[in-house]
Write a protein that binds this ligand. Sequence first.
Ligand SMILES: *Cc1c(COP(=O)(O)O)cnc(C)c1O
Length: 444
Amino acid sequence: MDDISRRTFLVGTPAIGIAAASTKLAAAETQQRPALLGGPKIRPEPFPSWPITDTNDERAILETLRSGDWYRGTGQHVNHFEQAYKELTGARNCLATANGTSALYVALNGIGIEPGDEVIVPPYTFTATVNAVLRQFALPIFVDTDVETFQIDAKRIEAAITSRTNAIMPVHLGGSSCDLDAILSISKKHQIPIIEDACQAHLAEWRARKVGTWGKAGCFSFQASKNLNSGEGGAILTDDDQLHERFFTFHNNGTSQKPQRKAFAYDGTGANFRLTEFQAAILTAQMTRIEEQAKTRTDNALYLTSQLKEIPGITPARMNDGCTRNAYHLYMLRYDKQRFAGLSRTSFLEALRAEGIPASAGYSPLNKEPFLKAALASRPYRVLYPKQVLDEWEERTHCANNDRLCQAAVWLTQTMLLGGRSDMDSIAGAIRKIQAHASELVKT
Ligand SMILES: *Cc1c(COP(=O)(O)O)cnc(C)c1O
């Protein structure tokens, strides 16, 4: 046997087997009635629960409790966690914070974002990204989304820059990466620092280097839903030692880590955004499984994509070319109702949930939130910004592609990717079943 025919033999035969088996499976499930119309549920059992703990987490909490050292001033858990997270990400400095929102806020403060500045953000993100900007009385400038990747459309960033733009805050949405090559080159050209919102992207990589280590600073969240979880928690990475010191001082009520400090002597203003020893102890224990869990999510996500891309009207989010590792905090796809007999996304999601697949619609357009207009109409904004800037803001931050994406998106969460392949089969199977019966479902 020559090389090529051997490869065809080795690879080709099982592939035919799998294809035949999945066609049979597909046929069987599409013959059943949708659960919403009284048929059997494709998936009666729940997806893996979250968080996942074992005796290590219990021991860490009990040990902290008994030590009586509950804050970072007397304990060692926060220091250990910062060290471990630095090693995991390859960053030079790491500061643990109370949560991801405070990480973003401290980072913006530390790089010197002030009232009157503009900060470029995506509209397809959690509201904390924008709240961190508003807390500085800076002006969020939304740049439209690339619908294929769900990430900020880097091609549109340059046109949004003005003399007031003092930071670009892209998000690695869903655990995939924004186009860092393009954004880094814009940052360099215009001398505008990048703060990466990596709150959903633990272990994600751009060109084989961790996201959150490319910009001036990178921010993470350890809130309960995130891939690394201590209920609440956050971290800021930076390679700039001086900046790290500024972050520390600000997050510690203006009190620096200088060893010779006198008590109640301050180095500036600030607030208290410290992480507790309990949270750091849990994080250190949770981190022992983060690699393995990430690998499981990736295996399942790739397998799910191979199934879903065969279904007309279902388009999984594409990864930007330099994204070498996706954290899959969310598994995101676009739903085209035209290929489902006009079945609305709301009805599609309802039918999926009836089959035992808890999918959701994701974000609505953040740039259109009434709270933004109210913020811009408030006294500080009226004092800080020229009237023309405020008047033109709505038109300037209109994001037509994002509006469309918000109508079409479907999300599965990271915990649904922590089981086995049969879980993925049940997701794809439910979608095929709904498609086969879409015209009946439209009528209900
Ligand atoms: C979760 C999240 C945050 C905020 O994190 P918290 O820890 O909840 O404060 C910020 N940005 C994004 C994109 C997030 O998903």
